[in-house]
Every structure is written in structure tokens, then in C-alpha cells.
Design a protein around this ligand. Structure first.
Ligand SMILES: Cc1cc2nc3c(=O)[nH]c(=O)nc-3n(C[C@H](O)[C@H](O)[C@H](O)COP(=O)(O)OP(=O)(O)OC[C@H]3O[C@@H](n4cnc5c(N)ncnc54)[C@H](O)[C@@H]3O)c2cc1C
Length: 412
């Protein structure tokens, strides 16, 4: 086995310095103003000021070469390893806007990865290139309202061949990014095979333009009451949606193969950003505990505050090491061997970040759940992450199955 280097390499160091400085000095200071624009006018359109903030920051990042870091193992990317990217993604987690500013945001990175790895030349020209340039956006539609979607073999949206087309019927929900007016394309998990096919060969992924006739955006789903406009997570109905047969990715029955390739990197990127959120929460916690007094003492000297601070530091460090090791496993090129490591960190990182954020909320008193700090928004995002890209229980199942297999048990 290769030596396990989890450190900051020479080529990463200057990039990390630049990304950290840009997040701290130029992006994070604009988060609150950007978010305050959302209720002005149509929530699902960008206000001129939002466009100015976002596009201004994006062109700065692009002109400085701070762009598309996430695409590992490809000529189109920066040639970084997943371990190197982990350090950059953690910095991006500290700000609402940062991931998009560097064109490293979900779900686009996962979708770009699909086009890059499994798309035809025509798909690359039509969808991948404008996404790599940050001109259009995308959504990934797997989850359905009527089936337990954490077991993706349940996915039922029908996709039937009719001449040179496929015809799609059914519903999806929680399509993150589908509210964005720039969202031009969906990658959709569909059912193409019947019960006579093996369970993992019944599903496929197909590319559907967001403006295809027969697509209805029924309602934005809310996260603890927030619609996350203008990004959003829509409930979408497909009625006789027709797309050319060449929109099928890889071929019928290969949906799970693609899902495996897509979801691994996406999951770990979320975890890396969650660690950035945890670090931010700990900083805010310490600053507040030092700055505010009650009963004649700084809050930091009351109750079990020292334990809370120490536990937060120790938990973050453990989670980061796990995340880096999972990233390193991915860099070894064996997706199957890396999968249980990704599952481990997909459980651990959101839980740690959520717990640290919750402590920081409590130390801030009522301000902690208000709009005056990033903590409340961060808390809901992290709570969500315990469901999105697979609930905790499903990842625990993966980890347990890997352990049982090591002892020779057949877990099929
Ligand atoms: C904010 C947000 C954004 C999202 N974005 C997207 C997106 O862009 N695209 C997309 O397709 N989906 C998206 N999702 C959906 C998400 O991926 C699903 O909600 C998730 O996969 C779970 O599916 P489900 O909701 O159908 O839950 P179910 O499958 O019904 O599972 C419910 C619960 O059952 C229990 N359970 C399930 N399996 C096991 C097990 N093996 N052992 C023990 N308990 C178990 C767990 O407690 C689990 O939480 C998003 C969700 C949220 C909240």
C-alpha cells in the first residue's frame, strides 16, 4: 500500500492561502447582504445586486485561477488529489457563497463528474462546458415522494422507449438547485427494467433539459420552513416528457454504476465543507464565551464551557483525520474499497459539525437562532446533511456490512 500522505503539499499551499484569504476577506463578508436580497421581488429570480455580488466574485476567482478544483483525475481539472481538495473545500464551507464562487458547488460538481466520465461528446459540448465555465447550473433527480428512496432500487419514475425517444412519467422531489433560473439540465434516475432483470440493472440515468415540455415544478420543498430560494429543492412532475434516445447515459440498466461514481465524491465534498462549518462554529463559540459576561464572569468560565470547547476541538480533529483518510482511499482508485470509508465520514462529519454548531448556538443565547449569526442557517444545513446523500442509517449499514464481510459473512 502506498505511503499515506495526508498533509498540505507544496502545490496546494499557495492555493490554500489564496482560497482562505478570498473566503475570509471577500466572500464571507458579502454572505449576509446576498441572503438579505432574497425576499426582494420574485424569490426565484436573482436581484441585480445578487447577480453583481455572485458574478463579481466568480470572475475574480476565475481570473485568479481559483476555479474547478474539485475535478480530480481529469485533464479538465486542476490535477489536485482528493486529499488536497479536502483542505480547499473545508475553507469553502465557512461561507454560504464560497463553493459556487469557485465553481465547486453541489449538485453541479457531481453532475459535471457524470458528464465528464460517462457523457458523450455532444453532452460534453452542450452541458459540461457551460457548467465548467459557471454559466449554467443543474439538478440531480433521484428521490421520489412515494418510495423509500434511501434504497434506490425502489426508484420508480418510468422511462419507456418509443421510437427514437424515451418517454418519462412520474414524480421526483428534493431536486436541489432546480429553483435556480440558471438550472438548465437535470440528470434523472429512472426505471427502465422490469422485475425479470437483476435488482441493480433495472435503473438508468438520463439527461433531461429543464425546459422539456411536460415538466411541472409543483412546489418548492422547505427545510425547517426555508425554501432556500433562489436555489431551492423542487417537487417536480413528469408527464409524457420526451427526450431523444441518445440522452441515455451509458445505456439502459447502468444507473447504479453511474450513481456509485457520482455519489462518492459528492458525499465527501459535503463532509469537507461541514468541517469548515464546524471550525467556524468553534471560533464563534470561543469569541462569544470570552466577550460576554453573566454572574460576574465571562461565559467561558461558567458551567462546563471548558469541556465544551475541548470536546469540540477533539471531535473536529478526529473527523478531519477520518475525512482525509477517506479522501486518500478515494485517491487510490478503488471505489469499492473507498466506499465504507466515505460512509464512515458521511455519518461522522455532519454529526460532529452539527453538535459543535449546536453548542455555539446555545452560547449565543437567542442571538444564536437568529439571523444575526450564520449559526442558525448552518445548523439547518447540517441537520439536512444527515439525510441528503443517504441517511445516517444507510451509511452505518455500509460500514457494518464491510466489517461483516471481513469476517467472511455473506451480507448480500
Ligand atoms: C435539503 C435536502 C436536499 C436534497 N437534495 C436532493 C437532490 O438534490 N436530489 C435527490 O435525488 N435527493 C435529494 N434529497 C433527498 C435525500 O437524498 C433523501 O431524502 C434521502 O436519500 C432519504 O430518502 P427518503 O427521504 O425517501 O427517506 P427513506 O428512504 O424513507 O428513509 C427514512 C428513514 O428510514 C430509516 N432507514 C432507511 N434505511 C435504513 C436502514 N438500512 N437501516 C435503518 N434505518 C433505515 C432511516 O432513519 C431513514 O432516515 C435531499 C434531501 C434534503 C433534505
Amino acid at each position: 500500500m502506498a505511503a499515506m500522505d495526508l498533509g498540505i503539499t507544496d502545490r496546494l499551499a499557495p492555493l490554500l492561502k489564496d482560497v482562505r484569504a478570498m473566503v475570509r476577506d471577500e466572500i464571507a463578508p458579502l454572505d449576509a447582504e446576498y441572503l438579505a436580497e432574497v425576499p426582494k421581488g420574485d424569490r426565484w429570480e436573482f436581484t441585480p445586486r445578487q447577480t453583481e455580488i455572485l458574478e463579481g466574485l466568480k470572475s475574480k476567482a476565475k481570473s485568479r485561477g481559483l476555479w474547478n478544483f474539485w475535478l480530480t483525475d481529469s485533464d479538465r481539472g486542476r490535477g489536485l488529489t482528493t486529499v488536497e481538495y479536502a483542505y480547499l473545500a473545508e475553507e469553502m464551507g465557512r461561507s454560504h457563497l464560497a463553493a459556487e464562487v469557485f465553481n465547486c458547488n453541489a449538485p453541479d460538481t457531481g453532475n459535471m463528474e457524470v458528464f465528464e466520465r460517462y457523457g458523450t461528446d455532444a453532452m460534453k459540448a452542450r452541458w459540461l462546458e457551460p457548467m465548467l465555465n459557471g454559466e449554467i447550473r443543474s439538478a440531480y433527480l433521484m428521490t421520489e415522494p412515494d418510495v423509500a428512496s434511501s434504497d434506490a432500487t425502489n426508484i420508480s419514475l418510468s422511462c419507456v422507449r418509443d421510437g427514437d425517444d424515451y418517454v418519462l412519467n412520474g414524480e421526483k422531489w428534493w431536486a436541489t438547485g432546480s429553483g435556480d433560473p440558471r438550472c438548465a439540465v437535470y440528470i434523472v434516475m429512472v426505471k427502465t427494467g422490469g422485475d425479470d432483470q437483476p435488482k441493480h440493472k433495472r435503473h438508468s440515468m438520463i439527461v433531461v433539459p429543464a425546459d422539456a415540455p411536460g415538466i411541472e415544478k409543483l412546489r418548492p420543498m422547505t427545510v425547517y420552513g426555508h425554501d432556500d430560494a433562489p436555489h431551492g429543492h423542487y417537487h417536480i412532475r413528469f408527464t409524457d416528457v420526451r427526450v431523444p434516445a441518445e440522452n441515455m447515459l451509458l445505456g439502459e440498466g447502468r444507473g447504479f454504476e453511474i450513481a456509485q461514481g457520482r455519489l462518492g465524491p459528492g458525499r465527501i465534498h459535503h463532509c469537507m465543507r461541514a468541517l469548515g462549518q464546524a471550525e467556524l462554529a468553534l471560533e464563534l463559540l470561543v469569541d462569544r464565551a470570552e466577550a460576554r459576561e453573566a454572574f460576574g464572569k465571562p461565559l467561558s468560565q461558567l458551567g462546563d464551557m471548558y469541556d465544551q470547547i475541548a470536546n469540540s476541538r477533539m471531535e473536529i480533529e478526529q473527523a478531519r483525520l477520518l475525512c482525509l483518510k477517506a479522501a486518500w482511499m478515494m485517491d487510490q482508485g478503488d471505489a469499492r474499497a473507498a466506499a465504507p470509508w466515505i460512509s464512515q465520514v458521511k455519518v461522522v462529519a455532519p454529526l460532529v459539525a452539527l453538535e459543535v454548531t449546536d453548542r455555539a448556538v446555545q452560547v449565543h443565547g437567542a442571538a444564536g437562532i437568529s439571523q444575526d449569526t450564520p449559526l442558525a442557517r448552518q445548523w439547518t444545513n447540517l441537520r439536512t446533511l444527515r439525510l441528503a446523500d443517504g441517511p445516517d442509517a444507510v451509511h452505518r449499514r455500509q460500514v457494518a456490512r464491510a466489517e461483516l464481510k471481513k469476517r467472511g459473512r455473506n451480507t448480500a
